[in-house]
Design a protein around this ligand. Structure first.
Ligand code: URA
Length: 252
């Protein structure tokens, strides 16, 4: 194992791989393949197959159909989101959480929606899940704000950190769509099922969506686990690491 892989495994809490006799082997602790076994081949982007939209997101409007949003530049889009009261989430949150990072980033990471810390600070992924996301970025040589943009599907914290409802996602999606249009990332990474479903426009088990790049209007879209899920299920971190390695090979 080279130094870099070791550093990455440490970041993802997968290190050490070797344990003393009598102690359960790492494979038992982490059922998925270790990082060094991650596929080195560059996956092909799945053709933009016409997919039937699930009822869940049937009402998600396209940017072009939302007068005003599709033509907004960064300052206007930020102001529009800041002042947004289009759904009931705004009444229950402290502030909108727009997104953060390099506005011309090659890498775009998309989460679900702000949690309590994010609601307080006005920045995505600044709580525990955010710390893990920062470590995941570090593990592939990336840093928040440096060729990386981080956004969420919904810009307001849902009450009690529940999942955003379909109508809330549909209302908020044009903002993310316009962020993507302005950033023009080379790769989008959806963190978790909400982001995956919203960006794909269809619902499927997350495990079945990982591993192969999808297409978001011509931009490769990779899907991996949400950092909050990985905090609850650390045994899945090695799969996330495989996904990150796929992302790196896709970008090279
Ligand atoms: N979870 C998310 O999906 N987004 C955040 O910004 C924070 C936690």
């Amino acid at each position: 194992m080279n130094v870099r892989d070791e550093q990455v495994l440490r970041e993802l809490n997968l290190y050490p791989l070797w344990v003393r006799r009598g102690v359960p082997a790492q494979e038992e602790l982490v059922p998925a393949p270790v990082a060094s076994q991650a596929p080195a081949v560059r996956p092909e982007v799945q053709a933009a197959a016409p997919v039937a939209k699930a009822p869940l997101l049937a009402d998600v409007p396209e940017v072009a159909s939302i007068p005003g949003v599709a033509s907004l530049d960064w300052p206007a889009l930020k102001e529009k989101v800041r002042a947004c009261e289009a759904c009931k989430l705004r009444a229950g949150c402290t502030q909108t959480v727009f997104g953060v990072g390099d506005e011309q980033a090659d890498w775009l990471f998309v989460g679900e929606g702000p949690g309590t810390e994010e609601d307080a600070q006005g920045e995505p992924f600044v709580g525990q899940a955010g710390k893990l996301l920062d470590n995941m970025l570090f593990s592939i040589g990336l840093k928040r704000g440096d060729n990386v943009y981080i956004a969420n599907v919904v810009k307001c914290q849902p009450p009690n950190d529940r999942n955003p409802a379909a109508d809330e996602i549909a209302t908020c999606m044009p903002y993310l769509q316009q962020q993507i249009a302005l950033i023009k990332p080379k790769l989008i990474i959806a963190l978790g099922k909400t982001a995956a479903t919203a960006l794909l426009g269809r619902d499927a088990p997350l495990g079945s969506l990982r591993g192969t790049p999808h297409d978001y209007h011509g931009t490769p879209l990779l899907i991996t686990y949400h950092p909050a899920y990985l905090l609850r299920s650390p045994g899945e971190k090695s799969k996330a690491w495989q996904d990150l390695k796929s992302a790196v090979s896709l970008m090279h």
